[in-house]
Write a new protein. Structure first.
Lengths: 450, 88
């Protein structure tokens, strides 16, 4: 059975992370992972909920060392964790936070660093070892699991390395604003550094000023892995950032105008990744160059009936894509948005089917639907919900939803209505919902100005 | 109206306007948490709000840990932070 090494391009004294402004050496990381591995309970599945990226990395490797499978939920909503646990009954939470929102066994990330001994060997793991299961919200409400083997994850890293650094010097480090638990974050801010031999910043900066501080703690050349939201925030706030080798964006479409502004302001290139949880990163483009995406060299797209699929070394089987695509060649395509049922708010994905299912499960809700207004580029559109629920207040419905769905999907606003504009066949045409939304928004405005 | 209360309602207005919330600014309980419970705001809101605050009051907001949003713990805490940091 062939094994693949955890680290490439590191020596014992190389910096593998920056935490609280200080570098952490590779040998310290190996000691931390070995120590945590020894303390883990004897179980097969672990939710890695660590928010600090270095803690996440150590916990991820500790799980690999113990042959435990890391579960990566789309959110920490208690209902989500408990739903997943129905399938993985022995799962426990490994967290660097004081508590876990769900009522599950918790193993706390240790407060103390491990003592480094002379011999810290670099582990390797079998290609076939299941490293992680990444979850998305399925259309029926049950979380959908995607199994990632160690070999598949490293195949993605290898293709990304070739794409980004064939013509550029290797960077010293990366700062990411996306969670490690998200497939894009896991691939680009945790695994890619290990395989390409550069360090990661442990923080997940949110505000532009946090971003500046984190980037300044990483020596050049440095890379920023982020989303259109954060890019827009930096551009609007006119935040001065240190030199960047490039900015990587994913999770939502980036407008060429915003990409151009960011490229000019930061004298760098803005690159975008196209991918999905099931297949990982698939293709890239430089946004200002237009709507032509080039797949990673070993990934290939093809059409079967009305559906597009991707295949390559990072996927076990061909994966169906949920986007409207025009294929130019197996390695080049244009993107024209998502299928209507798919919802993506700031990189968190679910489906209208799932949200509507959860909404209609609430005691007292007679009928209800979510509605996604059209999105203006560079901003985040929030969902709206229309609910028929005699006797329930708006707050009560929201409170019940909060237990079940990620906060980014909470409707804003949620309207209590007498009936939904259903057609005779029971359908809810998008146009009728848009009209209802406009009418209710107007009514609200009048009430406010009255 | 004392200066403190005035700033508090000004910040409340900014929150409602920026985040397009379905409430009147005066309905925000100054002591209640803005995130999760309470108004149920999330980190995207925090980012939007930080932008609006920095443009209105001219200071740069830091969170260090996006999930540890102490400044956003309540309208009162946020208003106090604004009072201490504002440059315009």
């Amino acid at each position: 059975m062939s094994e693949l090494t955890l680290l490439t391009g590191f020596e014992a004294g190389s910096t593998i992370a920056w935490r609280d402004g200080r570098p952490i050496e590779c040998r310290q990381f190996l000691a931390d992972a070995a120590q945590l591995a020894m303390s883990l309970p004897q179980r097969a599945h672990v939710f890695n909920l660590c928010r600090d990226r270095y803690c996440f990395l150590v916990a991820f490797v500790a799980a690999l060392l113990r042959r435990q499978v890391t579960l990566l939920p789309p959110s920490e909503a208690p209902g989500m964790l408990l739903d997943i646990r129905k399938q993985y009954g022995d799962a426990y939470c490994l967290t660097d936070q004081p508590d876990c929102a769900a009522d599950l066994p918790v193993h706390r990330y240790p407060a103390q660093s491990a003592v480094v001994t002379a011999d810290q060997s670099v582990p390797s793991f079998p290609r076939e070892q299941v490293a992680a299961v990444v979850f998305t919200s399925g259309s029926t409400g049950e979380p959908k699991a995607d199994v990632k083997t160690w070999g598949a994850l490293l195949a993605e890293s290898a293709m990304a390395m070739k794409r980004f650094w064939s013509d550029r010097p290797r960077p010293a480090g990366v700062v990411g604003t996306v969670p490690s638990q998200h497939m894009y974050g896991l691939a680009t801010t945790v695994l890619l550094p290990l395989q390409a031999g550069f360090g990661l910043h442990s923080a997940r900066p949110l505000f532009p000023e946090d971003l500046r501080v984190a980037l300044e703690q990483v020596p050049a050349p440095r890379v920023l892995v982020t989303t259109p939201l954060h890019i827009r925030a930096c551009v609007v706030a006119q935040t001065v950032l240190p030199d960047l080798q490039f900015i990587l964006s994913a999770t939502a479409p980036l407008s060429p105008a915003l990409a151009r502004q960011a490229e000019d302001m930061y004298s760098t290139e803005v690159l975008e990744i196209y991918g999905c949880t099931e297949a990982g990163s698939i293709a890239t483009r430089r946004t200002v160059e237009g709507n032509v995406w080039r797949t990673y060299d070993d990934m290939r797209l093809y059409q079967h009936d009305e559906q597009y699929f991707v295949e390559g070394p990072s996927v076990e089987q061909p994966v169906a894509l949920n986007d409207v695509i025009q294929l130019r060649s197996p390695h080049e395509f244009s993107l024209y948005g998502r299928f209507a049922d798919l919802i993506n708010v700031a990189g968190k994905r679910t489906s209208l089917g799932n949200l509507n299912h959860k909404l209609n499960q609430i005691d007292g809700v007679v009928d209800g639907t979510f509605f996604m207004p059209d999105e203006a580029p560079g901003t985040v559109s929030r969902l709206i919900a229309f609910v028929v629920a005699p006797g329930l207040s708006q707050q009560a419905v929201l409170q019940a939803l909060r237990q079940q769905i990620d906060p980014v999907f909470l409707p804003r606003p949620l309207y209590i209505v007498e009936a939904l504009p259903r057609t005779e066949s029971g359908k809810l045409p998008r146009g009728s919902l848009a009209a209802l939304a406009a009418r209710l928004a107007n009514k609200r405005k009048r009430k406010k100005s009255a | 109206m004392p200066e403190e209360t005035h700033l508090e309602s000004e910040v409340a207005g900014l929150i409602v306007e920026t985040l397009n919330l379905d409430i009147d600014p005066s309905e925000i309980d100054p002591q209640a948490p803005l995130f999760r419970e309470g108004l149920g705001l999330d980190s995207i809101d925090a980012l939007e709000l930080a932008l609006a605050l920095s443009q209105r009051y001219g200071f740069k907001l830091r969170a260090d840990d996006p999930n540890n949003t102490r400044i956003f713990s309540s309208l009162r805490a946020l208003s106090e932070y604004v009072r201490a940091q504002r440059v315009k």
